[in-house]
Design a protein around this ligand. Structure first.
Ligand SMILES: Nc1ncnc2c1ncn2[C@@H]1O[C@H](COP(=O)(O)OP(=O)(O)OP(=O)(O)O)[C@@H](O)[C@H]1O
Ligand SMILES: [Mg+2]
Length: 324
């Protein structure tokens, strides 16, 4: 690769601060919450997958939902978006109560999601996938669908919007290719672009970076930061701590179904409850391993976390030295 092909260095964008009210504890109130959830419980047989007493998602900010495998992150996503029903609990989105509402209705209120495993429909073209993402399609309504002129006008508008988004996501050259022919990373981009077809206010992304080749990583990060700049709220699940630290304004940590910590990324990653959560099944490992006091084996998630904490500490030390 010549130096001309190297991706431009990312421009640091300002974090949104001042999102919470009062002391930072799990379940802390937000200044302007877009989602407020209370007493959400979901069990599978004897297993409690989600058991969240209270959580609020701040509006027009990027919130990361993190936690070890099996913590309940995807299950909570499924519940909040109406893809699954809780045993108990209630929650509001933008002031509307969503308990018992199906995924279709939730999407119409302006909340969309992508999936941990991409759901782009392989035997449809990229453009057809995009059109499926548009909400309120008149053609879907049997009565209005009988008025072809109305239907055609809407079709044209939808197609125009799809093309603009495909250009933005650099997928326009592929618009008539089958989605199945895209790489894993391109499929993630398509899924995100398709989610935006419904002109959402809240975008929920389940592991947007999983399986994405490093060449596409920066562009995905930029797209997520753009969503905030355009006034949307983002809630994403991610295991990549580096990404979480760089783009999240707020981090919520789940373990064993509960919210165990939350706060701005730099603060939350140093929280003992978070380190404990990541060690999880490795209770025999001394916590000194994570904090660097003791040499030892860690699972990879804990190593990532430890590295991020180390980098943070170095940055703080540097800032102290230079007085900035
Ligand atoms: N449909 C289901 N039936 C039975 N158990 C389930 C079901 N969905 C999730 N679980 C269980 O609920 C728990 C939480 O799973 P979930 O997928 O929400 O975790 P996660 O935090 O998204 O994990 P990962 O980081 O691995 O994606 C796990 O123990 C999982 O095995
Ligand atoms: Mg998951």
């Amino acid at each position: 690769m010549s130096s001309n092909d190297m991706p431009a260095a990312p421009v640091e964008r300002a974090k949104t601060t001042g999102l919470h009210k009062g002391d930072i504890v799990p379940g802390v109130a937000k200044v302007d919450p877009i989602i407020i959830a209370d007493g959400i419980r979901r069990t599978f047989g004897g297993l409690t997958a989600v058991n969240v007493d209270h959580v609020e998602i701040p509006r027009n900010a990027i919130t990361a939902l993190i936690g070890p495998n099996g913590a309940g992150k995807t299950t909570l996503f499924n519940l909040l978006t109406g893809f699954d029903k809780p045993d108990e609990g209630k929650w509001t989105f933008d002031g509307h109560s969503l308990a018992g509402m199906g995924a279709h209705k939730v999407a119409r209120l302006g909340q969309v999601r992508t999936f941990q495993l991409t759901k782009a429909l392989g035997l449809l073209t990229v453009l057809e996938n995009m059109k499926l993402g548009a909400k309120d399609q008149i053609g879907e309504n049997i009565f209005r669908g009988m008025i072809p002129s109305l239907w055609r006008k809407q079709e044209a508008e939808i197609e125009e919007r799809a093309i603009v988004l495909l250009k933005k996501f650099k997928l326009d050259a592929k618009s008539s290719d089958f989605a199945a022919s895209l790489s894993g990373g391109q499929r993630k981009l398509l899924e995100m672009a398709r989610a935006l077809m419904s002109q959402p206010t809240l975008v929920m992304l389940d592991e947007p970076m999983a399986g994405v080749n490093p060449a596409l990583t920066q562009s995905l990060l930029d797209h997520i930061l753009d969503l905030k700049e355009e006034g949307m709220t983002v809630l994403f699940v991610e295991h990549d701590m580096h990404m979480v630290r760089h783009i999240a304004d707020w981090v919520i940590v789940m373990a064993e179904g509960r919210v165990v910590a939350e706060g701005p990324p730099d603060q939350v990653m140093k929280d003992q409850a978070v380190i404990d959560a990541y060690l999880g099944s490795h209770q025999d490992v001394d916590l000194g391993v994570v904090t660097g006091r003791i040499e030892g084996d860690l699972n990879t998630a804990a190593i990532d976390l430890a590295n991020e904490v180390k980098e943070l500490d170095e940055n703080i030390a540097k800032r102290k030295e230079t007085g900035k």
